[in-house]
Design a protein around this ligand. Structure first.
Ligand SMILES: Nc1ncnc2c1ncn2[C@@H]1O[C@H](COP(=O)(O)OP(=O)(O)OP(=O)(O)O)[C@@H](O)[C@H]1O
Ligand SMILES: [Mg+2]
Length: 159
């Protein structure tokens, strides 16, 4: 059983990556689906817990930029004995802005939200409790390059 945590800017390709790389054997949880909920963060934790209780792997598709955002998820995963895996979408602000610009309706976020996340984004490290960490780079042709995340890598410190 896995708890998969995405980390990355809006428009970095997280949801697209999920659709391409994760099958039906992964439950999908995202605060984007909880926008009408009064307490989306709390509801999201409940949903994750339900899946883990039922021994199902879960993907959490949010920006998860800070240590605090991730810590509650990681703790929950560990509580249920899940293997906690992180996917870090290496930030490229310009690309995120461009991809966001191509989106329509509710999917598109204000540009300032991308800048704000970029400012808060903390690169993940194993010490947070990840069993595995990967970096993901979205290529322009809708493919994704996945590699093992080197936490001393300098990529992603600017973008
Ligand atoms: N590898 C890629 N190549 C080209 N376009 C892409 C790629 N990945 C995603 N896109 C496009 O970029 C836009 C943003 O992608 P996506 O919705 O997956 O981002 P996201 O990280 O889930 O954003 P958010 O955090 O706002 O939900 C979409 O319109 C998508 O079609
Ligand atoms: Mg998304």
């Amino acid at each position: 059983m896995e708890l998969v945590i995405f980390i990355g800017l809006q428009g970095s390709g997280k949801s697209t990556f999920y659709q391409k790389h994760f099958g039906e054997d992964y439950a999908y949880v995202s605060k984007d689906l909880l926008q009408n909920n009064r307490r989306p963060a709390r509801r999201q934790l409940q949903l994750i817990e339900e899946e883990l209780q039922a021994n199902r792997s879960v993907v959490v598709d949010n920006t998860n930029p800070t240590l605090e955002d991730r810590a509650v998820l990681i703790q929950l995963g560990q509580q249920y004995g899940a293997t906690v895996i992180g996917y870090y979408f290496v930030p490229e602000v310009k690309k995120s802005l461009e991809r966001n610009q191509l989106r329509v309706g509710k999917e598109r976020v204000p540009n300032i939200a991308i800048f704000a996340t970029a400012k808060r984004l903390v690169r993940p490290i194993y010490a947070e409790g990840f069993a595995q960490l990967f970096s993901v780079q979205a290529c322009d042709d809708f493919t994704f390059e996945i590699s093992e995340w080197q936490e001393h890598d300098t990529r992603g410190s600017s973008g």
